[in-house]
Design a protein. Sequence first.
Length: 137
Amino acid sequence: MSVDNCKMLDLPRFSDPRGSLTFIENRNHIPFDIKRIYYLYNVPFGFERGDHAHRDLQQLIVAISGNFDVLLDDGKFKKWFHLACPYQGLYVCPMIWRQLTNFSPGAVCLVLASRLFDEKDYYRDYDEFLSARGVIE
């Protein structure tokens, strides 16, 4: 997997004078079944979230409110994404290091995950991640 496998996905959006609605369905709008949902909020300006990779977990990251940046890194290439629309999500495949930063005031980051929480699925040390990717020995 590389950062090129990660991409922005347009989600269904319906709007009328009463407001807008977006929904996400398993394997219809995203390439995995949703096993876990969580969200980040009240992230102070200047702080970062993420700073890890997953062995097998896939994610869809959505800026439900406000905006923030996501840096994806496969060990060889890095790619920045700016998330600011609740009707778009960033698909992140396994074995990609991620860093979420530059949260605007009031930003809410929704994450849909393909697996339940499992600490064994995480790479929390960047050098260990690079070694697993075969970038360093």
